[in-house]
Design a protein around this ligand. Structure first.
Ligand code: GUN
Length: 291
C-alpha cells in the first residue's frame, strides 16, 4: 500500500504558487487576493477558514477574513457579497458553508459573481464543468484530481465508485472522473444513501471515492484487493486516550483498508490539504482571468 500523501503534494502545489507570486511581484503584476466570509461561530468552519487564510500567507497571497455574527440578516449578507463582487482589489472570495438556518444558502451562492466564485459553487461554474468548459472546479474534487494526476494513477477504463452525491463533492467528482481527460475516462457509478447492495458495487471498483459524511462507513470487506481509495470524510470523534481529547476519522476504516488497497489517502493529511491548495490555485486562476 502506498499513501496518497496530500500534505506533501499540497506543499509542492503551494510552493509552485509561491514562486508564481514572486514572479508576478517582480513583473509588477497584481498579487492574488482571496476574501472569506465566515458567519457564526461553528468550530469546524473556523478551523477551515483559518487554514485557508494561513495558506494565503504561505503562498504570498493577500487575504481578508470577514467575520459576522450568526444573527446577520440574509439581506446584510447579500449586500456584503455584492460589495465583494464589486471590489476591484478582491480577485476571488468564498462564503464558508454551512450558513445559519435563517439564511438561504442557494440565494447566497447565486449572488457570488461567477468570475470570483473560486469555490466553483455557482450554477454557471457547475454548468461549465458539466459541459467541459473552462471553469472553477470546486476545491475538493479539483484537489482529488490533482492528487491522482501527481501520483500517476491510471484511471482510463477503470471502474470508479463515488459514494455520496453532494453538490460540492460527489456529483462534480463523478462528472470529472467520467470526462474524456486524464485523469478521467472512468466508468463511474454514483452511489448514495438509497443505493441497494452498496458493498457489492464497491467491491467491483478499481477506484473508490468515499464522500458520504459518516465516520468509518466504508469497511475493508467493501474494497477490492489493490483498489485505489480516496477518503473525503473528516470527523472529530471524542477520544479520551488522546491528549487533544479527540481523534480525526475519515469515511473509511483506514487501518483495515490500508492492508488491501494499492493507494489510500490518510485522514488527516490526504484530501483536506489538497482542497486548500486547490482553492489557492483557483484564486491564482481568478486573478489571471481578470487580467
Ligand atoms: N464547507 C465545507 N467545505 C466547504 C468549501 O469547500 N467551501 C465553503 N465555502 N464552505 C465549505
Amino acid at each position: 500500500m502506498q499513501l496518497l500523501d496530500g500534505k506533501k503534494t499540497s506543499a509542492e502545489l503551494k510552493e509552485e504558487l509561491r514562486q508564481e507570486v514572486e514572479q508576478r511581484k517582480a513583473q509588477g503584476k497584481k498579487i492574488p487576493h482571496l476574501a472569506a466570509i465566515l458567519v457564526g461561530d461553528d468550530g469546524a468552519s473556523r478551523t477551515y477558514v483559518n487554514a485557508k487564510v494561513k495558506a494565503c500567507e504561505a503562498v504570498g497571497f493577500e487575504s481578508t477574513l470577514i467575520r459576522k455574527e450568526a444573527d446577520i440578516s440574509e439581506e446584510e449578507l447579500l449586500k456584503l457579497v455584492h460589495d465583494l463582487n464589486m471590489d476591484p482589489e478582491i480577485d476571488g472570495f468564498i462564503v464558508q458553508l454551512p450558513l445559519p438556518k435563517h439564511i438561504d444558502e442557494d440565494k447566497v451562492t447565486l449572488a457570488v459573481a461567477p468570475e470570483k466564485d473560486v469555490d466553483g459553487f455557482h450554477p454557471e461554474n457547475l454548468g461549465r464543468l458539466v459541459l467541459g468548459l473552462p471553469t472553477f472546479v470546486s476545491a475538493t474534487p479539483n484537489g482529488i484530481m490533482e492528487l491522482l494526476a501527481r501520483y500517476n494513477i491510471e484511471t482510463s477504463g477503470k471502474d470508479c465508485v463515488v459514494i455520496g452525491r453532494s453538490n460540492i463533492v460527489g456529483t462534480p467528482m463523478s462528472i470529472l472522473l467520467s470526462r474524456n481527460s486524464n485523469p478521467g475516462n472512468c466508468t463511474v457509478t454514483l452511489t448514495h444513501s438509497r443505493t441497494k447492495n452498496l458493498a457489492e458495487i464497491t467491491r467491483r471498483a478499481d477506484i473508490v471515492v468515499a464522500a458520504i459524511g459518516k465516520p468509518e462507513f466504508v469497511k475493508a470487506d467493501m474494497i477490492k484487493e489493490g483498489a485505489v481509495v480516496v477518503d473525503v470524510g473528516i470527523h472529530r470523534i471524542d477520544d479520551p486516550s488522546k491528549k487533544s481529547g479527540f481523534s480525526l476519522l475519515g469515511d473509511c476504516d483506514f487501518e483495515a483498508i490500508s492492508k488491501k488497497a494499492s493507494y489510500i489517502t490518510p485522514v488527516p493529511g490526504g484530501v483536506g490539504p489538497m482542497t486548500i491548495a486547490s482553492l489557492m490555485a483557483n484564486t491564482m486562476k481568478a486573478v489571471k482571468m481578470r487580467e
